[in-house]
Design a protein around this ligand. Structure first.
Ligand code: NAP
Length: 498
């Protein structure tokens, strides 16, 4: 079905609850224009139509939000965890009740299909539910002391005002993975969403407001001057921690900026995920696994299978079957239920992917299919397979961030492990084999924060997400996801024998 008329409606008229489309920033529990009333355009990447004009804030309003967050946090962190949890539970419920509208907003600004957006909203909400529960379980220790007359305990306390900066590829889930644990333990948050996708962040704030989250605890700073907003977030002394999801170069820059005031940082950065297919792999599992790992969000994910390493004996059949699966793709706008895959986020992203593919072909890779910009409105690049790719080509070292499968060949397990680890990144890796022994051996040898064995859909709120090496530090989700927002305080009781 093609929702012809629906598609031409303004975004607000596509929503059942029109109050979810916000164009002002959210500071101290109120909606704000920019001080100079400036706005910036948000564009649907599938149609290149302007769908909203959002307040364009700078450093001054960021500083105001930080001040209000600091004040609000004092009362919030003094409340019992159970009270905070009840508000988070209400927020979770409101998101769940509004999945369809939130999915439309996300698809309109980010481009992913409605099926994918609904999935992300459910995933995003799951972090709020999880941390509403986990926030009640912040335990300390009683430590047997070295001296007879002393007793030692530790308590864990909210770290303080948290600054958060998030990317456009998962405009909702990258926010709740940070905001939910921060709020659950008693912090306040000042968040800058990506300029391409501010509307999902603002809709989340509107629902937090309706859930009764006290003013000042969640602030959304929209704007295109990332340097000014980021500069304030990383230099303001009231901010005690920065949590960032985005590219490795910007992550490094922000870490350096935070060093001046010794702020804690958590970094969820870029990836260059290998996916290893051994001769004994079950291709009935591998192909759907790769369709998810490589082509979800049209390849714009940090855990995307960036390098597909295939053992020699299975290579030919693998390429044929992957091509067949890709032939069924239908790139298009979210407004068509026939679309299986959406556009890339911007024309610049399309040009980047095209340049990487062209260079790989010049360096000797074989183009099996795709390899061109799709001739239609919007930012579309065709699903592409490159074979005969080697570690001597530049594409081996780059995060592709597009629907391009690069296929490498290997002969021995050790060769595959060496190729997989030959990168400064270490976020996710995958391997397909029917051998239990090989699964263990290879999983242990891969220098990555997350490994999928015969599985590529590895992320969930209950497990730790995060990387090693230049893919970052810290873990989001799971029981470990609270640690990034807590300080450990040791208390010594002396003269206990008196
Ligand atoms: P990006 O360019 O690093 O941008 C991410 C965020 O940082 C955006 O909000 C951006 O704002 C902001 N930013 C850019 N320059 C800044 C500066 N100088 N100071 C402060 N903030 C600044 O990354 P992206 O292209 O949006 O996202 C894709 C990257 O994110 C990929 O590398 C991907 O692997 C990574 N990622 C990692 C994870 C993970 O969990 N490890 C998850 C998702 C994505 P503007 O939008 O205003 O420029």
């Amino acid at each position: 079905m093609f929702w012809g008329r629906f598609m031409t409606l303004p975004l607000v008229d596509q929503l059942s609850d029109k109050g979810l489309l916000k164009e002002q920033a959210y500071i101290g529990g109120r909606w704000h224009n920019a001080l100079n009333n400036e706005t910036f355009e948000v564009v649907d990447p599938a149609t290149e139509r302007v769908i909203a004009n959002v307040a364009n804030l700078g450093a001054e309003q960021t500083a105001l939000a930080i001040k209000l967050a600091d004040t609000a946090m004092r009362e919030w962190r003094a409340q019992p965890a159970k009270s905070r949890s009840e508000i988070l539970e209400r927020w979770y419920q409101l998101i769940t009740d509004n999945v369809e509208d939130l999915a439309i907003i996300m698809s309109a600004e980010q481009g992913k299909t409605l099926v994918e957006s609904r999935g992300e909203i459910a995933y995003s909400a799951s972090f709020i539910k999880w941390f509403a529960e986990e926030g009640k379980r912040v335990y300390g220790d009683v430590i047997p002391h070295a001296q007879n007359d002393r007793r030692g305990i530790t308590i864990k306390q909210a770290i303080g005002v948290v600054a958060a900066i998030t990317p456009w590829n998962f405009p909702s889930a990258m926010i709740t993975r940070k905001v939910a644990p921060a709020l659950a333990v008693g912090c306040a948050v000042v968040l800058k969403p990506a300029a391409e996708t501010p509307l999902s962040a603002l809709a989340l704030a509107e629902l937090a407001d309706r859930a009764g989250l006290p003013a000042g605890l969640l602030n959304i700073i929209t704007g295109v001057d990332a340097v000014a907003i980021g500069g304030e977030l990383t230099s303001n002394l009231l901010v005690k921690k920065l949590t960032f999801t985005g590219s490795t170069p910007i992550g490094k820059l922000l870490m350096a900026q935070c060093a001046a005031s010794v702020k804690r940082t958590s970094m969820e950065l870029g990836g260059n995920a290998p996916l290893l297919v051994f001769d004994d792999a079950d291709l009935d599992l591998v192909i759907p696994g790769i369709i998810t790992a490589k082509f979800r969000n049209s390849g714009q994910t940090c855990i995307s299978a960036n390098r597909i390493l295939v053992q020699k004996g299975i290579h030919k059949e693998f390429v044929e079957r992957l091509k067949l699966a890709i032939d069924a793709f239908n790139f298009g706008a979210y407004s068509s239920s026939e679309s299986t895959h959406g556009p890339l986020i911007t024309q610049k992203a399309v040009d980047n992917v095209a340049a990487k593919v062209n260079k790989a072909v010049l360096e000797g890779a074989t183009l099996v299919c795709g390899g061109q910009i799709v001739d239609r409105p919007g930012h579309f690049y065709a699903a592409t397979i490159l074979t005969e790719v080697t570690d001597k080509m530049s594409i081996f070292h780059e995060e592709i961030f597009g629907p391009v499968a690069t296929i490498y060949q290997f002969e021995t397990d050790q060769q595959a492990i060496d190729l997989a680890n030959d990168t400064p990144f270490g976020l996710a890796a995958y391997l397909y084999t029917e051998s239990m022994r090989r699964s263990w051996q290879v999983a242990e040898a891969l220098d990555y924060g997350m490994i999928g064995v015969n599985e590529t859909a590895i992320s969930a709120e209950i497990v730790p997400f995060g990387g090693v090496k230049e893919s970052g530090q810290g873990r989001e989700g799971s029981k470990y996801g609270l640690d990034d927002y807590l300080e450990i305080k040791y208390i010594c009781f002396g003269s206990m024998n008196k």
